[in-house]
Design a binder for this molecule. Structure first.
Ligand code: HEM
Length: 376
């Protein structure tokens, strides 16, 4: 079977598959934080009507309440792909880190600042702060996470441009094409909104059911279905634009027998999601069947995009080097230990969610008009 990565040596296929699946898990939580912070910044600047300010919407409150948890989950879920990328693309990953130097190291302090500010934005304290200060706060938070996304994209692109490394070392000019980097980053940012919308839709559904107020879903549903649908169309447009920046050889690998099925997975996942959101908007409720439909569509789109992203890198790096790395890694034991700790960690995370859920302040799920809660 020539579909990527199944035609590769077994050790290479194994590491590439677990890498992409763990990266999809990272993306599920990372998109909540990236799109969530941008949504809060937008809701703070474009406030909507005085009666129902966007920053008091159920969507905004759920985001403020859960983003610190989502960031912890994004960091935790980022560790596994971080380990696998070093196993598979040892030289490429380390070289791009070194060439980026201090710019790469900045990811940690910026992430820490963003993390702490998420707790500030969640606190009641800030409701007394002047509006411009509150707007500045959410803008700084979204800028932190955009910067982190920018660093991951720059690092990735530098890793697959080995021919440029000596010149980058001399000039310090790490970005080859600002156009390609911008459209790739825009693709990730646009793609973050459909994923975040599904997550928040399930949360909105949970709280409105728990409090027996299905009506409170309506406002959030309208906003989320719009954000998700526009996000999907923008992601596909950016993906098309990014495809145009690639060489003919790379494009043919993506569109050929290796990548074609994953392209179809992305297209099918997008259509299923657009259809699911249209159904929910038409019926005016977050039904379990439609929510499951958009969730399945989103996972299909993320997985397809994950394998296409990897195929795009694989055809541009030294495949024999990857095979050597995978073979030597596979000769080192510890697989079942990895499985054991994966199970333990997932169990611990489930307990954490269970523990914090009831404590969630009632105001987070109150409808637009009623809340006394802190607003931005
Ligand atoms: C809110 C914080 C974060 C954001 C917004 C973010 C965003 C992203 C984005 C957009 C990419 C894809 C880059 C590309 O393909 O162009 C990415 C890849 C990745 N991220 Fe995250 N990330 C975050 C935090 C983290 C953390 C804390 C870790 C590790 C603990 C991590 C691990 C990874 C790994 C391993 C990759 C794949 C790198 C590669 O394949 O070259 N991320 N991230």
């Amino acid at each position: 079977m020539s579909v990527f990565p199944f035609a590769q040596p077994p050790t290479v296929s194994f590491y590439l598959i677990v890498y992409v699946l763990t990266l999809v898990l990272h993306a599920i939580f990372m998109t909540y934080v990236l799109a969530g912070s941008l949504y809060l910044a937008w809701a703070a600047v474009f406030r909507g009507s005085e009666e129902t300010p966007r920053a008091r919407s159920a969507v905004a409150k759920i985001l403020r309440e859960w983003m610190p948890f989502a960031l912890s989950a994004a960091i935790t879920a980022g560790v596994a792909p971080l380990l696998f990328v070093q196993i598979i693309y040892r030289q490429e990953f380390y070289t791009s880190n070194l060439l980026l130097g201090w710019r790469w190291l900045m990811v940690v302090p910026v992430l820490v600042v963003g993390f702490y500010l998420l707790y500030v934005v969640k606190s009641r304290l800030i409701s007394n702060w002047p509006l411009p200060v509150r707007i500045a706060l959410v803008t700084v938070i979204s800028a932190c996470f955009l910067f982190v996304a920018f660093c991951w994209t720059t690092n990735h692109l530098l890793g697959i441009q080995s021919a440029r490394w000596p010149q980058v070392y001399e000039s310090g000019q790490v970005v080859a094409s600002l156009g390609a980097l911008t459209i790739r980053l825009a693709m990730w940012v646009a793609g973050a909104f459909p994923c975040m919308s599904i997550f928040v839709a399930w949360q909105l559904r949970y709280y409105s059911d728990r409090d027996g107020r299905p009506a409170s879903q309506v406002g959030g549903l309208r906003a989320l279905s719009m954000v998700a649908s526009v996000g999907i169309l923008l992601t596909l447009a950016c993906a098309g634009g990014y495809l145009a920046t690639l060489t003919a050889d790379t494009r043919s690998a993506l569109l050929g027998s290796q990548g074609g099925p994953w392209m179809m997975a992305v297209a099918l996942g997008s259509v299923v999601q657009l259809n699911g959101w249209w159904l929910m908007r038409k019926n005016g409720q977050l039904s379990t069947s439609s929510l499951s439909l958009v969730t399945g569509g989103c996972l299909l789109m993320l997985t397809g995009a994950g394998f296409l992203r990897e195929l795009l890198r694989f055809v541009q790096v030294d495949a024999s080097g990857v095979a050597r790395n995978a073979k030597s890694a596979a000769s080192v034991g510890g697989f079942w230990l990895f499985v054991l700790f994966t199970v333990v960690n997932v169990g611990l995370m489930a307990i954490c969610v269970r523990l914090v859920r009831p404590a969630l302040r009632t105001d987070a799920e109150t409808s637009d008009q009623q809340t006394e809660s802190p607003t931005v």
